[in-house]
Design a protein around this ligand. Structure first.
Ligand SMILES: [Fe+2]
Length: 240
């Protein structure tokens, strides 16, 4: 089954990801060669970056460019939302809130890297009340998740955790690597993603990371994290 990536910055000129359509095409080719069949590009939803409307327009442009280049990579709508933004919560679940896929049952959110987030479980509760499940991006890179037992508590509260696979090979430092491996071993991740920002060097580090994932988690769990689970999240289905 082809892999599904729910966290990557593929759209050109909308955030700190791909800068040009050429970079986008190069990244898409790399993803296909690594075995991805569907991706939901997740531009940062922050005031300094492109709006939802601009991102939707860019998504259509990329779809057309991929089709004309014969690159078989399906695209769906998504965004990487910033956790502490109250407008994020108040927008749920209107169409203006930028959820995962057209099904819109999940919301990709990033926690701050260096500040604590004591209100995290409360925010998860409030999102769930609105019928939306938060998918928390790269917890292994965030201070809040360095607290012992916090990741398990957050999963217990009903959120899903997304691993940045590069953490497993040390791309984000020793702490993220240690936490990533630990959460993986504890079975706390629902989804693994690339969080690709650039095509430069991507083929090498993404394939190394996928290999590390397979070794650490085993082939069955690795395929669940890269194929079945992200596919279900995209389709708005509960995880098996
Ligand atoms: Fe990201």
């Amino acid at each position: 089954m082809p892999m599904v990536d729910l966290h990557l910055h593929l759209l050109p000129g909308v955030d700190d990801g791909c800068k040009t359509m050429d970079e986008t095409i190069a990244m898409a080719k790399t993803l296909v060669s690594l075995g991805f069949g569907t991706v939901a590009p997740s531009p940062h939803n922050r005031p300094e970056y492109a709006s939802r409307e601009e991102c939707l327009a860019r998504l259509d442009e990329v779809r057309a460019a991929l089709a004309s280049s014969g690159i078989a990579l399906a695209l769906d709508v998504n965004a990487e939302n910033f956790f502490l933004d109250e407008t994020l919560l108040s927008a749920l679940p209107t169409p203006e809130s930028r959820r995962v896929g057209t099904a819109g049952k999940y919301l990709l959110v990033e926690a701050p890297y260096t500040s604590p987030l004591p209100q995290l479980t409360d925010v998860i509760f409030r999102m769930k009340l609105k019928g939306v499940t938060p998918l928390i991006a790269h917890p292994e890179r965030c201070l809040e998740f360095e607290k012992k037992g916090r990741a398990a508590e957050v999963v217990q509260a009903g959120a899903l955790l997304q691993l940045d696979i590069g953490a497993l090979i040390g791309r984000y430092g020793k702490t993220a690597q240690k936490l990533g491996r630990q959460f993986l071993e504890q079975g706390l991740y629902a989804v693994a993603a690339t969080d690709l920002h650039s095509p430069v060097g991507a083929e090498a580090w993404v394939s190394q990371s996928l290999e590390a994932l397979g070794k650490l988690a085993g082939a069955k769990a690795a395929s669940q994290l890269t194929e079945a689970n992200p596919g279900r999240v995209l389709a708005g289905q509960p995880l098996a």
